[in-house]
Design a protein. Structure first.
Ligand SMILES: Nc1ncnc2c1ncn2[C@@H]1O[C@H](COP(=O)(O)OP(=O)(O)OP(=O)(O)O)[C@@H](O)[C@H]1O
Ligand SMILES: [Mg+2]
Ligand SMILES: [Zn+2]
Length: 457
């Protein structure tokens, strides 16, 4: 009989120890260590160790083999992936339960198979007929698409040798297991071992592997650090479950930039690409201007996005006023409020301030500062920024407006969507393009308030 060994494994970072301890010394989390039984099946482990015979060579002598990227059939997904699926790479798609991960991948599978590629879809959580039902609803059908309802990874590997797919999908990594170790599916040891095996398949067989992963309640992929380290690309699928729009963003990418986002719309027949997201983010906006509502031009990867920022300011009934932000970093909000108090003289210390970015999108660049400040100021004073005006600029602690990157791209996006005026930071050089839109350069926050604020009616 094989010797039974147990160990305690941190479910967050994969740290291992022989004894129970309350706090993980590696990642610092409490109570994340779980006992796992491990039986090493030595024969199969040693088999999977492949002796690599690639020679050591000088960097100058290495010839570049162009990595082959193929389209997923979704331009939005391709952009987030850095151009498409890289052959032999391992991609992790993570997201909340029910957000539409299986839908996205099944539609992608349909697209890829229509390019005459073979794909093996391993549905470890669902039966074949459940997948078929979804495929019917999404209008996906192809005789290159193989579906395999299986949780054992060894069985999957056997099928890979039979079917020889170019792309392998595992839905999801938390529900497959390898017989090499005995801890239950979903534990960190299993996830790590399975990901290792899948990495092997990707690199040695040149198969593109797409792995779906669930996100836990606190927003982490189960066994997050373990997984993120191992794979080539990590993309998150997110959005408000009660709304139809979905965002795709990459957290890590060995083949491209990580600041691109992809935008989709979930409808009855599946996910639709949103090629002009600014229109979507402003769809619900009314024509007349409201106090506390401002349009900003944010930069997401290679494109500019227009989004609405809303603020609500009201007298507080608490000992210390509340500051609540959605889509804007909390400390950033505090800083903007401090500048408004000190440089403009708004008495915000007796008021609650709520700030919300519409459309479930996170704005983490300082270019949104001026828009946020104007949203708060207009709500406080009950005035408006005209609804055909877009606001761009970073605010310094002294109340000056700092320049931002890609200013022309942002203005261009506003012009494309029919805005008449853009409030921008004072430019050092002339803007190179000729815009049809009125451009107002403002050096300080107080000037911005002077030029774009008017009485509401
Ligand atoms: N008949 C339908 N019509 C419209 N939308 C549907 C329909 N059925 C499912 N959906 C949408 O698809 C979503 C579920 O998609 P999907 O199964 O791809 O999610 P998932 O992320 O894979 O979920 P899980 O975590 O359970 O695997 C639902 O939340 C719903 O928005
Ligand atoms: Mg699913
Ligand atoms: Zn840990």
């Amino acid at each position: 009989m094989a010797k039974v060994k147990t160990k305690w494994v941190c479910q967050n970072c994969g740290y291992e120890t022989l004894k129970y301890i309350g706090k993980c010394p590696d990642c610092g989390n409490w109570g994340t260590l779980v006992e796992e039984v491990e039986i090493k099946n030595t024969s199969s482990v040693s088999q999977s160790v492949v002796i690599d015979d690639s020679p050591v060579c000088l960097i100058n002598e290495i010839e570049i083999t162009e990595s082959i990227k193929s389209s997923t059939g979704f331009a939005e997904l391709d952009r987030v992936l850095g151009g498409g699926l890289v052959q032999g790479s391992l991609i992790l798609l993570a997201g909340d339960p029910g957000i539409g991960k299986s839908t996205l991948i099944l539609q992608t599978a349909g697209n890829v198979c229509s390019q005459d590629k073979k794909l093996l879809y391993v549905c470890a959580e669902e039966s074949g007929s459940q997948v078929k039902l979804r495929a019917q609803r999404l209008n996906v059908n192809s005789d290159k698409l193989y579906v395999y309802s299986q949780t054992n990874l060894e069985a999957v590997i056997n099928q890979i040798d039979v079917i020889k797919p170019e792309i392998l999908v595992i839905d999801s990594i938390q529900s497959v297991y390898t017989s090499n170790i005995t801890s239950s599916a979903g534990s960190v040891s299993q996830i790590r071992e399975c990901t290792n095996l899948l990495m092997d398949i990707a690199k040695n067989k040149g198969i593109t592997v797409i792995v779906i992963g669930h996100v836990t309640k606190d927003g982490n992929i189960a066994g997050p650090k373990v997984l993120e380290h191992m794979v080539d690309t990590v993309i998150y699928f997110e959005g408000d479950k009660y709304k139809s729009q979905r965002l795709l963003r990459s957290i890590k990418n060995r083949f491209g930039s990580t600041n691109e986002i992809g935008v989709f719309n979930m409808v009855e027949s599946g996910l639709e690409e949103v090629t002009n997201p600014s229109e979507l983010f402003m769809k619900e906006r009314t024509d007349s201007a409201t106090p506390g509502s401002v349009i900003i031009a944010a930069n997401e990867g290679t494109r500019a996005l227009l989004v609405e920022v809303q603020a609500l300011v009201g007298k507080t009934s608490y000992p210390s006023p509340r500051r609540v932000s959605t889509g804007v970093e909390y400390n950033r909000l505090l800083q903007i409020i401090a500048v408004l108090e000190k440089r403009i003289g708004l008495q915000l210390s007796s008021h609650d301030v709520y700030v919300n970015v519409i459309g479930g999108i996170e704005i983490d660049e300082p270019a949104a500062d001026l828009g946020i400040a104007l949203a708060i100021a207009t709500c406080f004073r009950d005035v408006v920024v005209s609804s055909d005006c877009v606001i761009i600029g970073e605010i310094s602690l002294s109340g000056e407006i700092r320049n931002v990157s890609n200013i022309e791209k942002r203005i261009y996006e506003a012009q494309k969507l029919g805005f008449k005026k853009a409030i921008v930071p004072k430019q050092n050089k002339k803007l190179s393009e000729n815009f049809d839109i009125e451009i107002v350069e403002v050096p300080r926050l107080i000037d911005a308030i002077k030029v774009c604020v008017s009485k509401s009616n």
